[in-house]
Ligand binder design. Structure first.
Ligand SMILES: NC(=O)c1ccc[n+]([C@@H]2O[C@H](COP(=O)([O-])OP(=O)(O)OC[C@H]3O[C@@H](n4cnc5c(N)ncnc54)[C@H](O)[C@@H]3O)[C@@H](O)[C@H]2O)c1
Length: 325
């Protein structure tokens, strides 16, 4: 059984602890805070606890390290773990700039170890459904994609809405469209914490001509977790706030009847909701990581996809900083 260590027991880490305790041998819990360790030591009595990351890296029986500490620490911890010969699942984003993300990918490659960023939404069965619809040509040519990730809170002061929220939508948009944008811009403003943008609007144009938009904000009256894909034949919406109808397919499209000599008309047909499995995306993500560790699947692709997300985030960030507020 794969022996796993988890670093970071704040808000998100406990979800990873629960899953890896059930799916693997959770051998170590690490947090800089002794209080956090004490809280979880009782729940996972078989796991050793430490505030010292080097102590778990020294465990020769340890196969993999899961990093769920604040984003600014990801690069350093992931790099040290890879250099110690461990496979790494690192929470998103794996690094705060493309240079560091490239370095992680190269380190993983030369060590022959898995580097998987925790892009949770890629494991959401609804996103898998969208991908299947697009790849099967059900929607016709995809024209544009836009996402809404808004709420009032959780207000972060260490990373902006682009890096904290946008990383999710960006990972999905790049996955669905299977290309990297040739042009990006982002506009936003820091209303609460200087230098930390709370509201960000992003635009992306792809070499194929497809376009995408992301609205990212923790200063908003609506809680929205929505992604809309507009195809030339059908349109589809993934709404993660819906309990049952996570995916809705609209048979709505423009068309040009021959008798109207090139004039556009629209047609509206059925609206349907396919059944989406209710599997926990994080459970699927953890399973995927464990299967990569045992040599199944394409570990290189997973690491490269994570790098692409950081590369585009970095370009959007440069545009955000350069844009007039
Ligand atoms: N995939 C998702 O949906 C999702 C959701 C929430 C958070 N996250 C990600 O998870 C990561 C953690 O977020 P969070 O909200 O849990 O943060 P948090 O601040 O609540 O928790 C971070 C924990 O890491 C510990 N820590 C800090 N530096 C450390 C170090 N060097 N070594 C060991 N422990 C250290 C802190 O003591 C704290 O307990 C972030 O990267 C965040 O983006 C992902």
């Amino acid at each position: 059984m794969t022996r796993v260590a988890l670093a970071g027991l704040g808000y998100w880490g406990p979800n990873l602890a629960r899953n890896f305790d059930e799916l693997a041998d959770l051998g170590w819990l690490c947090d800089a805070s002794p209080d956090a360790l004490e809280r979880f030591a009782a729940r996972y009595p078989r796991a050793q606890t430490t505030t010292d990351f080097d102590e778990l890296l020294a465990d020769g029986e340890l196969d993999a390290v899961v990093v769920a500490t604040p984003a600014a620490t990801h690069y350093e911890l992931a790099k040290r773990a890879l250099e110690a010969g461990k496979h790494v699942l690192v929470e998103k984003p794996p690094a705060m700039n493309a240079g560091e993300a490239e370095d992680l990918v190269a380190t993983a490659e030369s060590a022959g170890r898995v580097l998987m960023p925790g892009h949770l939404l890629l494991y959401h069965p609804a996103v898998q459904k969208l991908k299947a619809l697009i790849d099967a040509g059900e929607l016709g040519d995809v024209l544009c994609v836009y996402s809404n990730r808004q709420n009032l809170g959780r207000i972060r002061t260490d990373e902006n809405a682009l890096w904290s929220l946008g990383v999710h939508d960006l990972s999905v948009i790049l996955y669905l469209l299977d290309e990297e944008p040739s042009e990006v811009w982002a506009h936003g403003n820091s209303f609460l914490t200087p230098g930390v943008e709370d509201v960000v609007f992003c635009y992306l144009r792809f070499p194929s001509g497809k376009i995408a938009h992301m609205h990212l904000s923790w200063l908003d009256p609506h809680k929205m977790r929505k992604l809309t894909v507009v195809g030339k034949e059908k349109m589809v919406v993934f709404d993660d706030m819906e309990l049952e109808r996570k995916v809705t397919i609209y048979e709505k499209a423009p068309w040009q009847p021959t008798e109207t000599y090139g004039e556009w008309q629209t047609r509206t047909g059925d609206i349907s909701s396919p059944k989406i499995p209710s599997d926990e995306p994080l459970r699927l993500e953890c399973r995927h990581f464990l299967s990569l560790v045992t040599g199944e699947g394409d570990a290189t692709r997973v690491a490269q996809d994570g790098l692409a997300v950081v590369r585009v985030l970095e370009q959007l960030q440069a545009s955000l900083v350069a844009a007039p507020a």
